[in-house]
Each structure stands twice: as C-alpha cells, then as structure tokens.
Design a binder for this molecule. Structure first.
Ligand code: NDP
Length: 332
C-alpha cells in the first residue's frame, strides 16, 4: 500500500519535504477485518492543526506514521459478513491507496446518486456539506430575510453555504474569495448576489460596499481581517458561525485580535464556534434535504481533483494556497 507519512511538523507553510511516500505491506486479512481500495481521499484545512503537537479536538498526527483523514473506497477483501466485497465504504483511513483495518472503522454508504462520483461523500453529501448546513442553520440561527456574508466562499464549505442561504430565503448573500475567477463562479454558479476578491482591496471597505444595509449573519471560514470586517458590518442582533480561521493556520506568530470586539456588546451580537462532528443530531435532516436538493438540481458543486496518491501532499498544500474551487480531493 502506498501511504503518505509526516516526517516533520511544518513550521509556517507546509512544504513537500514535511511528508514522504512510503510502501507498507499488509499480511492476510484477519478475522473481523477488511481490505479497502480507496477511490478518493480528502485533504482538509483542519489537518494542518493535526500536523502540530498541540491540544485540539483531534489528536495530532505522529511523526513517521501514516496520516489519517476522510476517504471513500470499496471493499476488495473481507472477513466479515456485513461488509462484503464490492461494498462502498466511508472511513478515516485516508492518505493511502489501500486500507486494511478492523471492519468497525468502515461505514457502508449507498452507491452515489446517478451521475455523481463517490467523492460526493467527502464533499456536498459529506462532512463539508454538513458543516455548511449546521453552521448556517443551527449555529448562526439563519432565518429568511437575513443578509448573509460568507468568507472562503468558493471553497468546499463556502460554495454550499451560499446556496443553502438562497434556498432558505436570504434576500442577499455576499461572498469573498481569493481570485477574479472564483468571484465570477460565485455569482454565476453558486447563487451569490455579490462577491469580491479579498486580495485586491481591504475587506472592510469591500464588505461595506457590498452590504450597504449591513449583514445579519456571518459564516466565518477565514478569521482575521474578514471577522473584523464582519463585526463592522453587523446589524443589531447579528450572528456569526465561527467555522474556521484559515488565514491563521500557517502563521508563525500569534494573530492580533479584531480591533472592534466592542461591537459585540453594543450591537448585541452572538459569535458561536462549532465542531461539526458534535452535531450529529442534525445528520438525518441534512441527508434528507441535501439529497433532495442535489436530485432536483437545486444545489451544485465543484471538485478540484488531483490524480494519484503520491500527489496528496501537493494537493493538501495547494488547497491551503487556494488552488481549489469547491472540494479538493485526491483520486487514487
Ligand atoms: P476550502 O475548500 O475552503 O479550502 C481552503 C480555502 O481557503 C482555499 O481554497 C483558499 O481560497 C482559502 N484561503 C486560504 N488562505 C486564506 C486566507 N489567508 N484568507 C482567506 N482565504 C484563504 O476548505 P473547506 O471548505 O474544507 O474549509 C473551509 C473552512 O471551514 C476552514 O477554515 C476549515 O478549517 C473549516 N471547517 C470547519 C469545520 C468545523 O467543524 N468547524 C468542518 C470543516 C471545515 P481563496 O482562493 O479564496 O483564498
């Protein structure tokens, strides 16, 4: 099995030399185990945190060991009755082409809807779609007529947030992303009413122009200057779902705090962080609504597909640098 291992903890931006490709040989499939050939593996921003040896909600990756993460694959050898050969499974043994582990670690999923690749279980029908759903509807308590601002809008989570907000009745959804092409995709394909490139002018100024009547909900994927701009733009009683802070994941110094935190008090704002894995109570509602939206063509998605397990580290670094539109996956 070809597997990607961490050789040293990245300092600042991750480099290809922080990773290595190793060949691992498995023995026979033991009772209670399965062998799975991965079809797609996921590279996600939260993995940057796992490359550090710090306390978080998931344990750090160990130096010299194969990393883990979301993956979808097919059972090719089985020593259990309920996961026969051919079953499509979702699991956490990513960063490798073949996974051979106890069957407990794998969950059977139905074949993807006609016309969609199995990678949808890592994106729109998986944890990223679910993150968008939970963050907007539960954490930020979105209600129709809320004006919504989304940062990281052209990414895996962001493309879905904008569409859900429009489907649920938002009169105005504003997105920011890091290139002219992404900004165009947001309005052309993802129902965003307005979008801007955060690299061309200060976010504060661009958001004020895009939201002359203020915002009610902010879905924060970025932190830093984006959060500061949102705090300025908020109407009274505004709500933010703090989903991620990717602008800070590779920084080597402690970020400065927003300079306008007092707005939280004076405007009665609610800022609430969340970890999607702790909201599984909403999973069945999400599966029902998102499968229907996908079937009806009401929700669209993009994937940036990198070919070959050996290119996984480059895919991860590329995603952190913004080379993806929608979900970044590696095709094994
Ligand atoms: P994306 O598909 O959005 O990929 C990351 C994107 O971040 C890049 O494409 C890049 O786009 C953007 N980016 C990188 N650096 C910066 C920067 N300095 N400022 C602004 N944008 C930047 O990833 P995901 O959709 O998977 O994740 C989005 C966010 O959601 C992340 O912060 C992640 O940690 C968080 N998350 C949180 C979860 C939770 O449970 N709370 C679960 C899943 C994700 P661009 O070209 O626009 O710069």
């Amino acid at each position: 099995s070809t597997q990607i291992q961490l050789v040293q903890r990245p300092h600042g931006w991750p480099e290809p030399s922080d990773f290595r490709t190793a060949e691992v040989t498995y023995g026979d499939v033991q009772p209670g185990h399965v062998r799975v050939r991965n079809e797609f593996i996921s590279v996600d921003p939260y993995m940057r945190g796992r490359m550090m040896d710090t306390r978080s909600y998931v344990p750090p990756f160990q130096i010299g060991e194969t990393m883990t993460g979301g993956a979808v694959g097919r059972v090719v050898e089985s020593a259990v009755d309920d996961l026969p050969v051919g079953t499509l499974v979702l699991h956490q043994f990513g960063w490798r082409d073949i996974a051979q582990e106890s069957a407990d670690g794998f969950r059977a999923v139905p074949e993807p809807p006609a016309g969609h690749p199995s990678s949808v279980y890592l994106g729109v029908l998986g944890l990223t779609g679910f993150t968008a759903y939970v963050g907007l509807l539960d954490i930020a308590q979105f209600t129709e007529n809320d004006v919504v601002f989304v940062s990281g809008a052209a990414g895996a989570v962001g493309t879905i947030v904008g569409q859900i907000a429009k489907l649920k009745g938002s009169p105005r959804v504003i997105g920011s992303a890091g290139s002219k092409e992404k900004v165009e995709v947001l309005t052309a394909k993802y129902s965003y009413d307005v979008a801007f490139d955060y690299k061309t002018a200060p976010v504060r100024r661009q958001l004020a122009q895009a939201a002359p009547d203020g915002i009610d909900v902010y879905f924060d994927n970025v932190g830093g200057d984006h959060l500061e701009a949102a705090l300025d733009a908020f109407n009274d009683g505004g709500r933010a779902a703090l989903c991620g802070a990717i602008s800070q994941y590779n920084s080597t110094s402690r970020p400065e705090g927003p300079d306008n935190m007092a707005n939280i008090i004076t405007r009665g704002l609610t800022l609430r962080g969340f970890i999607v894995a702790k909201h599984s109570d909403l999973m069945s509602a999400f599966n029902r609504e998102m499968s229907q939206w996908l079937a009806d063509g009401e929700v669209d998605y993009d994937e940036t597909v990198v070919d070959g397990i050996g290119n996984s580290a480059d895919a991860f670094i590329g995603m952190m640098r913004g080379q993806n539109t929608g979900k970044m996956v590696v095709k094994v």
